[in-house]
Ligand binder design. Sequence first.
Ligand code: FAD
Ligand code: NAI
Length: 507
Amino acid sequence: SFRAVVFSGIAGWCYLTWLVYKESNPGKQIPQSEFKESGNKKKNIVILGSGWGAISFLKDLDTTQYNVTIVSPRNYFLFTPLLPSVPSGTINIKSICDSVRTIACQNTGEVKYLEAAATDIDPVKKTVSIQHKNQRFLIGDAFTADRVPIETTLDYDYLVYAVGATVNTFNIPGVYEHASFLKEANDATAVRQKIFNQIEASRLLPKDSDDRKRLLSFVVCGGGPTGVELAAEIKDYIYQDLSKFIPGIENEMSVTLIEAQHNVLSMFHPRLIEYTKDVFKQQGLNLKVDTMVKKIDDNNVYATYRHPDGKTEDVVIPYGTLVWAGGNKQRDITTKLSSKIIEQSTARRGLLVDDYFKLDGDENIYAIGDCTFTTNPPTAQVAHQQGSFLANHFNKQAKIDDLKYLISNSTDPNEIAKFNKRLERTLKIDKPFEYVHQGALAYIGSERAVADLTWGDWSTVALGGTMTFFFWRTAYVTMLLGIRNKIFVVSDWLKVGIFGRDCSSNE
Ligand code: FAD
Ligand code: NAI
């Protein structure tokens, strides 16, 4: 009835307002201290990173039980699934970033944050060396100059290692020098600025010039989900918005996606791969599969195309803007850490951990997310579940430690028996990690998305199309960690729906 609708509307608004109020007005935190209420000594946890793994761990950790310090060169959490929507201007970068301090304030126990990168770990002394890149801001100027970095060392009882991975260039000549990436917030804004720089430059050249054509060529290398989503977003942008402000640009500007394997989105159902290829064809997006990039210079991508009969052919693809999305590799700090632990000597693709994410060969370091090598893929979904699991494991471990402490410090046999019973129960519920795959989603352009959805062990559904696009949007809004980000993202989509994306290079 009408009354019920009005009532639920009001209740919904009240709930939303309360959530916003709670997020922006966190309560006073309990300060860090040497001892817990039980009298037991508090242990120090140092968390490295502020990405999916680290933040999910922090959110679920009972920070009254430990003294927690989070160290990351990035003072915000970045919601990577919507990063490919930033260069096209569909999403404002601020809408998908959430400050580490805002997140840390939601915990009951105080959490310290240090903006620094870990440079070395000593597993024997249980210390981590960290470095803050000290920059001097030149007044009235956007430029910064590096000063001598500030360095210090932190002691830990437990180190939660969640530094993620970096981009793999496979040492292909020219990638570092000429390509952009799509890994961090500033990568996305840099790609947008590059596109506009090339568009504006091309306007000064004659229509039939090869250089103009090259400047208007947008090339993405790597047909994994990052490359596919970015190419699709840029193609949408050209057709749906740029064409209104720069008439004819849709016929001049090209988007090319280069993939070494026979298929893009290889982790998706074959039907969805074919569907993606069809959508790309309709959109006029140049998809070059079986094409392995070998070299990149200032103006061209050099690749080898493998014909169906196995013969190869050299191809040259001119570009104005180039993005490399060739996948992940370990960070140098991770390689350095694994070289210090004998049990990690075979860890080529990531740190080796047990079912509780404890590093093989070390009792005090735990690793989660893209820096590990497990049976699970390097995704946000995995890092999020691992972080949450590890926090609960630490929460239980705190209880276990307290009960052991109380048992050893008590003289009353009844109390000891009671604590022993509780200890037995707590030990029983500490089960190893099991990943629950909920499916994979990707945006493929023209308001269409693909989804491989899984419900437990019994059902997998492969969907593609406009309804899937709405599902994709709903799922991502749900996944966004803070209420503030949810509101910003929805309003970005509304703004684009009403006014279209803007066509200036600023973010
Ligand atoms: P990250 O989230 O990368 O976090 C690593 C953190 O460590 C960062 O805060 C970094 O600043 C910090 N750090 C780096 N070096 C140091 C150091 N030396 N010391 C201290 N801290 C350090 N996955 C999905 O499941 N669904 C998606 O839709 C999806 N979309 C994606 C889109 C893009 C464009 C990209 C790039 C990835 C996407 N992913 C997606 C993958 C997902 O983002 C990663 O799997 C996930 O971020 C891994 O989490 P993590 O915590 O291991 O690392
Ligand atoms: P990826 O590893 O999934 O894909 C990289 C692609 O680049 C591969 O298909 C590879 O064949 C290709 N490639 C590598 N070298 C090449 C060369 N020389 N020439 C041509 N092609 C080359 O990397 P991506 O897309 O960055 O994803 C990284 C991780 O993040 C994955 O685990 C992915 O599942 C996850 N992710 C998930 C998303 C989603 O679910 N929507 C979105 C983005 C990332």
